[in-house]
Design a protein around this ligand. Structure first.
Ligand SMILES: Cc1cc2nc3c(=O)[nH]c(=O)nc-3n(C[C@H](O)[C@H](O)[C@H](O)COP(=O)(O)OP(=O)(O)OC[C@H]3O[C@@H](n4cnc5c(N)ncnc54)[C@H](O)[C@@H]3O)c2cc1C
Length: 424
């Protein structure tokens, strides 16, 4: 077992760290206050190779391993979580599905500009009435000759309004439940595409979260991603990888919060000493560091599993995402506590980090959904044979009811859609 980073991985981490410190740290507080989208900074991160990291060089990407990718996200999130989520969505849940399931023509057209950071990607699964229960989406796509007519509303679309490519999921067969969902590659210029509004959020305020309405939106049949009915499988597979990145985002925010707390504790004085001399403060810092290291271990392990091509990435990604996302909330809380009243002021980074951390246990699958995935994986596997669960495993009784809608990609194929709709 080797825990050391390669020279290339260290170079990526250090390059991104330097960039974030020099170019983003000085402006981020103001951007957050003004909700300014960090367009120029993302473009530069694209030039550094941060937008197509998981896509092979043949398609314009960096083709690096997943550990390098999570190191990049961690360093970005250490300074700004909102920039990290724009990169995460572009890399994991937009570019990767196009690379894995796209035709040659689709890859040629869409991957190089995404990889260069000339445009960002977006992933459109959630709807106003369907989040965790993604098989319940109501968007419809009907084929008419060489085009599909797409109708429906997608909500909370990260990079909405600034993306050049939207991976959109809609039903092509309503009667087929989870197996009736199909994926499409939609450009904002297609007739019938409209950004209807932006969310006014608690945190990651420089990230765009849009509602998008499709009204008889004309999508060429050549822009269908994969086959009809494969959409939910494509979405859940993308989310497995995406969750590793969101775990890294959590670790990065927490690391930034810890560093700020340590710095403050060493200079703030009370009762004639620095507050770092009080054991109460030391224990908070010690717990923060320990939890960050634990989460980092889970995230790197899930990343390593992805690089091994593990067929069971889902539960590893869910464990990393669950622990890291709940950890960052505890760490950000303590970072504010160490700062006292100053931590409640918008003049500090920890105030922003505290708000930014809150979403991590919600998007790309809530903590409750991660627990469903983890528990289902655990209960399906007999002790000692956990690495190769049977694909046709029988669901434990407790999961046979409607609440068993949330699946990871390894399970999506195994179950009949009437028993367990694909969800997250
Ligand atoms: C800032 C932000 C950015 C986002 N970006 C994107 C994006 O780019 N693309 C996209 O498609 N979506 C995006 N989302 C949507 C996000 O993925 C969903 O919000 C998430 O999946 C949860 O869905 P929901 O909000 O509808 O909650 P619901 O599904 O309504 O859940 C409400 C509550 O019920 C719980 N719950 C639901 N089902 C179960 C169950 N079976 N068992 C136990 N508890 C359950 C949930 O855990 C939660 O606590 C984003 C959301 C936010 C806030």
């Amino acid at each position: 077992m080797d825990f050391s980073l390669t020279d290339d991985q260290r170079l990526i981490r250090n390059t991104v760290r330097q960039f974030m410190e020099a170019e983003v740290r000085p402006v981020i507080r103001e951007y957050d206050r003004e909700e300014k989208f960090p367009e120029a900074e993302l473009r530069k991160l694209g030039e550094l190779g941060c937008c197509g990291m998981l896509v092979p060089e043949e398609w314009g990407g960096a083709g690096v391993d997943t550990i390098s990718y999570v190191l990049m996200l961690e360093e970005v999130a250490r300074v700004d979580a909102a920039t990290a989520v724009a990169l995460s969505v572009t890399n994991s849940v937009s570019s990767v599905p196009v690379w894995k399931h796209g035709t040659e023509a689709q890859k040629k057209k869409y991957l190089p500009p995404l990889a260069r950071g000339e445009t960002l990607g977006a992933f459109c699964l959630t709807e106003p009435q369907a989040g965790s229960d993604s098989a319940a989406i109501q968007a419809r796509a009907e084929r008419r000759g060489d085009v599909y007519r797409l109708n429906g509303t997608k909500s909370w679309v990260t990079n909405g309004g600034v993306s050049g490519l939207y991976v959109v999921f809609a039903k092509t067969d309503s009667a087929a439940g989870a197996r009736g969902v199909t994926a499409f590659l939609v450009e904002p210029g297609f007739p019938g595409f409209r950004v209807s509004r932006y969310e006014d959020k608690m945190g990651i305020r420089t990230s765009r979260s849009a509602e998008i309405v499709f009204t008889d939106c004309e999508v060429p049949a050549a822009n269908r991603l994969g086959e009809e009915g494969q959409g939910l499988k494509i979405a859940l597979e993308a989310l497995d990888g995406g969750r590793v990145g969101i775990g890294a985002q959590a670790v990065g925010i927490a690391q930034g919060a810890l560093e700020a707390a340590v710095g403050y504790a060493k200079q703030r004085r009370a009762f004639g000493k620095t507050i770092s001399e009080f054991q109460a403060i030391q224990w908070m810092l010690a717990d923060m560091q320990t939890e960050i290291e634990a989460a980092r271990g889970l995230v790197y392990y899930a990343a390593w599993q992805r690089d091994q091509g593990s067929a069971r990435l889902g539960p590893y990604a869910s464990r990393a995402k669950l622990y890291a996302s709940e950890m960052v909330n505890r760490v950000a809380y303590k970072a504010v506590q160490v700062h006292g009243s100053v931590g409640y002021s918008r003049e500090t980074d920890v105030e922003r980090m505290y708000r930014d951390a809150r979403v991590i246990s919600i998007y790309e699958g809530t903590s409750e959904i991660q627990r469903l995935i983890i528990a289902r994986d655990l209960l399906q596997s007999a002790p000692g044979v956990r690495e190769t669960p049977p694909r046709d495993a029988v669901l434990p009784k407790a999961f046979e009811h409607s609440q068993a809608k949330a699946l990871d990609s390894s399970q999506a194929e195994a179950f009949d859609s009437s028993r367990a709709k694909g969800g997250r």
